[in-house]
Design a protein. Structure first.
Length: 224
DNA sequence: CCAGACGTTGTT
DNA sequence: GTCTGG
DNA sequence: CCAGACGTTGTT
DNA sequence: GTCTGG
């Protein structure tokens, strides 16, 4: 799955890579956790914008912000059907932007899990397949929230974890973001494993375990 | 009909 | 053990 | 995802 | 909001 990531590329470079008409006002973060505000890219009238959303999708019909169940990820296999996600899947897709994500590898003999950091070999920031939703509280407050779609792990990931986020290659950004695209069958074919040979992974310190630690040490390689 | 769930992961 | 907070 | 709290009373 | 379970 995908429960933690990092985003530290310069905002101007992000705007250039994702061809947005605004530059996100963000600082480098090496340890982004669920419930925090994350950077997403959406499209309106064929123009791309950076926006922000709370990580953990709140369905429009939810009574409380804390839904009591985990919506930080949506399974690619079922996202089109699940009541919590299907409306967003059809109408409110986004790119969740990160430089790399973390997965925790189970260890034999009940030893402490080993965290890994996974990036693209070309060091470019990546676009994860995301969904967003708007929620209105009874007091009139509004919150935009989002979820990251996950699928089975590719060859690189297999030894680390059996699930991984869906990473969209450049050539699929347009059809994923197009608001007039409601072909859910076609959209689902975009939710595939990114090729292992274009990715790389290294073990990192358990410093990353605590969301309170937000330094470069979180992504620094250690011997496993 | 109304009430209650609506999720992913990992472990058993 | 289970829920909340980050 | 992992870390940290998980309770009541009374006092500051 | 919409589906499932009773």
């Amino acid at each position: 799955m995908c429960g933690r990531f990092a985003l530290y590329t310069d905002p101007l470079a992000l705007a250039k890579r994702f061809q947005t008409d605004n530059v996100p006002d963000i600082k480098a973060s090496y340890n982004v956790a669920p419930s925090q505000t994350i950077s997403i890219v959406r499209q309106e009238n064929s123009k791309r914008h950076f926006a922000f959303a709370r990580w953990g999708l709140i369905p429009s019909w939810a009574k409380e912000i804390n839904t009591g169940y985990s919506t930080i990820n949506a399974r690619a296999e079922t996202v089109a059907e699940k009541p919590t996600f299907r409306s967003a899947f059809k109408h409110r897709r986004a790119l969740v932007i990160c430089d790399g994500y973390f997965e925790w590898q189970e260890q034999a003999n009940n030893k402490v899990k080993q965290p890994w950091f996974i990036t693209l070999k070309d060091k470019q920031p990546m676009a994860l397949a995301g969904l967003w939703e708007q929620w209105r509280g009874s007091d009139g407050s509004e919150i935009e929230s989002c979820s990251i779609i996950v699928t089975s792990g590719n060859e690189l990931m297999q030894n680390i974890h059996d699930r991984m986020p869906v990473i969209l290659p450049n050539q699929h950004w347009e059809s994923w973001l197009a608001t007039d695209n409601t072909d859910t069958n076609g959209l689902q074919t975009l939710l595939t494993q990114y090729p292992s040979e274009q990715m790389t992974a290294w073990p990192v310190s358990t410093v990353v375990n605590s969301p309170r630690h937000n330094t470069e040490e979180c992504i620094k390689p250690v011997s496993s």
